[in-house]
Design a protein around this ligand. Structure first.
Ligand SMILES: [Zn+2]
Length: 172
């Protein structure tokens, strides 16, 4: 007796317990959130137990992601998402909302001012509004930060040297 897949009517063996052909069965398994969660947990467990395996997987991902085919696939995915998702009116309403704009503004500031330590950003803005050229303000802040960092390193080295000297002194 021949049987047919419930989903695509492909012939399946009489032994099939699910009633699906192999591809359809895989599709169902892959779309089950509980099964997906179990798989992810299993992978995380394996990664935690076997750092070398994790490193090998990461290296392989990097290699695979750098092929021309992978780059083309990324472009295609981006285009498809732009067409099918970003162009949707409900998504557009979200991405054009004042909150979304404000968030993008903040992200842009973080990207543009990535060179500037967060605690210096207000000073930077004050310098600009006080008429300092952006490149001069940046140079001044970076200089100050460098001097501070050097001073901190020097202080730490001094502290270590003093500790060492105290230890030497206490030996005799
Ligand atoms: Zn099927």
């Amino acid at each position: 007796m021949t049987r047919a897949c419930t989903d695509c009517a492909a012939p399946i063996t009489a032994k099939s317990r699910t009633g699906w052909c192999r591809p359809c069965s895989a599709k169902h398994l892959n779309s089950d959130p509980a099964i997906h969660a179990r798989r992810v947990a299993g992978i995380h467990r394996k990664f935690a137990e076997d750092p070398q395996f994790k490193a090998e997987q990461a290296a392989r991902l990097l290699v695979n992601a750098s092929t021309p085919a992978a780059a083309l696939a990324r472009v295609a995915t981006g285009k498809r998402i732009a067409r099918e998702v970003l162009a949707r009116p409900d998504v557009k309403a979200l991405t054009h909302s004042p909150e979304a704009r404000a968030k993008r503004g903040r992200t842009m500031v973080n990207t543009k001012l990535a060179w500037c330590p967060e605690e210096w950003r207000d000073s930077y803005r004050r310098m600009l509004s006080g008429g300092t050229l952006a490149k001069d303000a940046k140079a001044m802040i970076l200089d100050t930060v460098r001097v501070e960092a050097r001073r901190e390193v020097a202080a730490r080295q001094r502290a270590m040297a003093e500790k060492h000297a105290r230890e030497l002194a206490s030996r005799y």
